[in-house]
Design a protein around this ligand. Structure first.
Ligand SMILES: Cc1cc2nc3c(=O)[nH]c(=O)nc-3n(C[C@H](O)[C@H](O)[C@H](O)COP(=O)(O)OP(=O)(O)OC[C@H]3O[C@@H](n4cnc5c(N)ncnc54)[C@H](O)[C@@H]3O)c2cc1C
Length: 131
């Protein structure tokens, strides 16, 4: 990539702005403040905007982040999803939402989402004395 392109700040959509100080855009609106821009924080913000009662004229969302977006565990994760994972109460929903997000935002191309068949193998070492 040419040096000039590397230093350019990627174009941001109008609804997403980074700021080190309050913009004042929340004034007169119900202000949702989310602490932490890891996957949990950004998903809370994203799904709030999808709530049937969310109205950008009445509501405003701010995410406060002390480092950078995905600067914590979310930026280190291996990206593995599994239906056998835990806790079982939320795994099926989480798995389905990942698929839906990929379908909607072209996850295969944008972030390498793909479904694989895997196997899990467990082994137990049998002490020699048993034979
Ligand atoms: C090495 C590694 C591999 C992993 N692999 C997988 C995997 O393959 N599959 C999987 O499902 N999960 C995996 N995980 C787990 C997964 O990454 C985490 O469960 C998930 O990212 C947690 O998201 P989070 O938003 O809760 O936390 P984080 O991503 O840590 O986000 C919290 C954010 O809050 C900010 N913050 C904290 N305190 C404040 C404050 N007072 N003010 C402002 N900001 C603050 C932090 O800077 C951080 O950015 C892995 C985790 C690690 C570490």
């Amino acid at each position: 990539m040419p040096e000039t392109e590397k230093n350019q700040i990627p174009e941001q959509p109008e609804f997403l702005t980074y700021s080190s100080f309050p913009s004042g855009k929340h004034e007169g609106k119900t202000h949702f403040i989310i602490v932490g821009a890891g996957i949990i924080g950004v998903c809370i913000a994203f799904y709030l905007t999808r709530h049937p009662k969310f109205d950008p004229k009445k509501h405003y969302i701010t995410i406060i982040e002390s480092k950078r977006v995905a600067g914590g565990a979310s930026g280190k994760a291996g990206g593995l999803l599994a239906l056998w994972a835990f806790p079982q109460q939320i795994v099926p929903l989480s798995f389905q939402l990942h698929q839906e997000l990929s379908d909607e935002f072209n996850g295969e191309k944008e972030w390498g989402y793909r479904r694989l068949t895997t196997i899990s193998v467990e082994a137990t070492k049998i002490p020699r004395s048993v034979h």
